[in-house]
Design a protein around this ligand. Structure first.
Ligand code: 6LW
Length: 503
């Protein structure tokens, strides 16, 4: 068992909270950039910027137009966009990613500025599988390494591949799912970093090294160099990592992890989040979780991230990059231009059970939070939802003078409470709180729904156990998204307010 990276416990982690898995990082000068997977959501591939690896600001989404990304009703939840790799080479940013659904495959994009615009895709029909990595050797040859783990040569400008993929390494003797490869030149060696054990509780990170980018590779004797499997660490499923060197020579790992809560078996509801850990090199192998004494690691990673409340008054023509929709976002179904200062959503299918429901949401990023929105249902029907996928969501919706709370868990759809509301705009609210008790069968949290009275007081309609909106119940690769939606006609939202509660 490797040493426990206590660093992950620090107040700074997770550095990118909420459903932001499979981080890939690169640095140019003093600037770091991270990209993450986005699955069935559009726009796809959030792009973050930081100067210190702790405080990250989303600067865009790499795939923000249909010519780059088409997600249809055929793309299931947790299908779509998996595990990008971000690199900087030859003065440009390169992004390689898999669209796992039929007709997708591996694709490569480039940009001068990671905030965008990113190019249209170069399709890579010769690159099989998932989790593609890009690395260039000294003579400029580009190597693409994929889960499995195998490798082929690639012309990144044309997408042409040369020869069949060659098997490089399959990780530890009995570990499943050798995936998420990243290849780096550090000193005299080429390092092949992978995840193994699957993205659940058995997840871990292993590494091998060789004298060329094509191997042969010698596994690190200390593998897995990072795992929390079988521990009682509050951060679990740690794996799918990428390495980056700071301008001061220090080394860091970005990785995914989850925060299960409640009794047994523990439920995580925010999806897989991005964590940061320091790396020290000993005998030409990376050791994760220790702050390097030489050069000394700066003190900044221990500074907590500010807890920021977010309110959007929908006063801008374009939505900010944190807002995501399901599969696509055509202007005729979602606009801030129709009614000044309001977000207008025009329903297309029906309820949140449908793959084409019109919604605009943001990731739940805090274990406890309060969300309110002022909705004018006009002649339509819509509301505020906590969504994990089509079969796992809770929502409060309003139409014809009634606010109703609905629950969909697996095949069961229930109206769990209702209350009359006056005509015109109404403030709908939800609160994600700690569970009321602690015991072996306690859930991770409680989701409370209600409406705000004209005097500002909150009237609760019902409180629901949050476990049913967790990955351990629903399955898949995503996390909770809190969304405004339209299920019939046209509805308008005046503002949306997301307030973290200190848990
Ligand atoms: C991704 C794989 C993984 O392709 O989960 O945790 C998959 N690792 O590398 C989807 O995010």
């Amino acid at each position: 068992m490797p040493e426990q990276p206590q660093f992950l416990d620090t107040v700074a982690n997770p550095v990118i909270p909420g459903f932001h898995p499979d981080p890939s990082v690169c640095r140019v000068g003093d600037d770091y950039y991270v990209v993450c997977s986005s699955f069935e959501y559009f726009p796809g591939i959030p792009v973050f910027h930081s100067r210190d690896l702790v405080h990250w600001t989303q600067i865009g989404n790499a795939l923000d137009r249909p010519s780059q990304l088409r997600l249809t009703a055929e793309t299931p939840s947790s299908g779509g966009i998996y595990a990008p790799t971000l690199r900087h080479h030859d003065g440009r940013f390169w992004l390689i990613v898999t669209h796992v659904t039929e007709g997708g495959g591996n694709m490569l994009f480039t940009a001068g500025d990671p905030a965008g615009p990113w190019s249209d895709p170069v399709r890579l029909p010769g690159v099989p599988g998932i989790d593609p990595d890009l690395a260039w050797d000294e003579d400029g040859t580009c190597w693409c390494t994929v889960a499995g783990v195998s490798q082929l040569r690639l012309d990144p400008y044309t997408g042409e591949t040369f020869g069949p993929p060659r098997k490089l390494w399959s990780g530890g003797a009995r570990a499943k799912a050798p995936e998420a490869p990243h290849l780096y030149r550090v000193g005299d060696f080429w390092y092949l970093l992978i995840a193994e054990g699957g993205t659940e509780r058995g997840h871990g990170v292993s590494i091998a090294r060789g004298r060329t980018p094509n191997g042969p590779f010698e596994p690190c004797p200390a593998n897995p160099i990072l795992t929390h499997r079988g521990t009682d660490h509050p951060i679990q499923n740690t794996g799918h990592a990428d390495l980056v060197q700071g301008p001061d020579g220090s080394w860091w790992m970005l990785l995914l992890g989850v925060r299960p809560r409640g009794g047994t078996p523990g439920w995580h509801v925010l999806g897989r989040e991005t964590f940061l850990a320091p790396v020290r090199w000993v005998d030409d192998w990376p050791v994760v979780g220790e702050v390097s004494p030489n050069p000394p690691a700066p003190a900044w990673p221990l500074v907590p991230r500010p807890v920021e409340a977010v309110r959007d008054d929908f006063g801008l023509a374009e939505l900010g990059p944190q807002w995501i929709s399901l599969r696509d976002r055509p202007a005729e179904h979602c606009t801030t231009k129709e009614r000044a200062g309001w977000l207008t959503l025009r329903a297309r299918g029906g309820s949140l059970d449908e793959p084409d429901v019109v919604l605009v949401g943001r990731r739940q990023q805090h274990l406890t939070c309060e969300v309110r929105t002022r909705i004018d249902p006009a002649q339509g029907r819509g509301g505020l939802a906590v969504r994990l996928d089509e079969e796992h969501h809770y929502e409060i919706e309003v139409s014809e003078g009634q606010a109703r709370v609905l629950s969909r868990v697996g095949p069961l759809r229930t109206v769990v409470g209702s209350r009359p509301v006056p005509p015109g705009p109404v403030v709908l609210g939800l609160r994600v709180c700690d569970p009321p008790s602690h015991g072996p069968r306690t859930g991770p949290d409680t989701v409370v729904f209600g409406v705000e009275e004209p005097d500002g007081t909150f009237t609760e309609i019902c409180a629901l156990d949050g476990r049913y909106l967790s990955t351990e119940v629903a399955g898949g690769f995503t996390g909770r998204v809190i969304a405004m939606y339209a299920s019939a006609g046209t509805v308008h939202f005046d503002w949306f307010d997301y307030q973290p509660l200190g848990s």
